[in-house]
Ligand binder design. Sequence first.
Ligand code: ADP
Ligand code: MG
Length: 319
Amino acid sequence: ALVIDQIAAGEVVERPASVIKELVDNSLDAGATRVDVELEDGGMARISVRDNGRGIHPDDLLLAVTRHATSKLRHAADIADIVTLGFRGEALASVAAVARVDLRSRQPGAAVGVHLHGIPGEAPVLTPAGMPVGTQIDVHALFANLPARRKFMRAEATEVGHCSDTLLRLAIVHPGVHFTLRHGKRELLNLPRTTREGRVAQVLERRVGGPFFAFRGEDDGIRVEAFLPHPTAAARGRGSPYLITRQRVVRERSLAQILTQAYGLGGEAPSACLFVEPPSGAVDVNVHPQKAEVRFSEPQQVYAAVRRILAAAVAAAPW
Ligand code: ADP
Ligand code: MG
């Protein structure tokens, strides 16, 4: 069973940033309004995610680290309206298959929390834990049991960069949540709760180092909110635009290209932020949960509308 777990884990857990993605997704699913992430040695020594969400019931703790155990699908209809993509019940089990984990959780109303200590291939041990309401997961020595995988990790700074990018992508669609990221003694991110525009400012200004122009438009039933940095700033931070649809930062080559063209640039897309909302039913975001791909049912219609709205935005911009 352990080998099967490790193979499955390899698909979910690629590097520290993928652990963070899964753990923070869970915190957000649990209604957290504060999420604190800590890394040691680029996440290879330790990754901690602490939240103030609704916690895990003691009876469910063991189940939480078991493959295909999810609390998030109770009815078939849930599949249709599920907003979260963390519905497969594999993430925690996968992490626990490739690292030592300390999972602590306390629900509101419970006098104490419960601490699960897990070592890959061994039965987890449960003990009571004094702690605030919420959940804290510490992941120690990632891939210590998979030396071949551990060798694939890049320099510490590279892994930290991926972790930070992952957290920023989650933060930009959850402005009501306070996020922090620390690496050792250094605080890398501190994003207090704010509005959507406030959060875009926190994230974009960190990337491109300047203010942006906000523009809202609707065309052909497609709503677009564009946050566009000044062209010189936008040209500085290239390569990972924030393209958001249905509350998720997605990879969408054509949208990225349209953004690049709107700026009159070539090459990689500038670091701008674009919320694109086609009418309900016109988007399938479940194409690939890990790769954040999206499929519009009428892509050409979406692209045409975005092109027109961006042209209007650029024309209205103060620069
Ligand atoms: P999934 O999110 O797909 O259900 P996971 O393996 O990510 O599967 O998590 C398993 C279960 O553990 C979740 O369904 C949830 O009930 C519980 N869980 C995990 N992390 C948290 C958290 N931070 N707060 C509350 N519950 C959590
Ligand atoms: Mg999950």
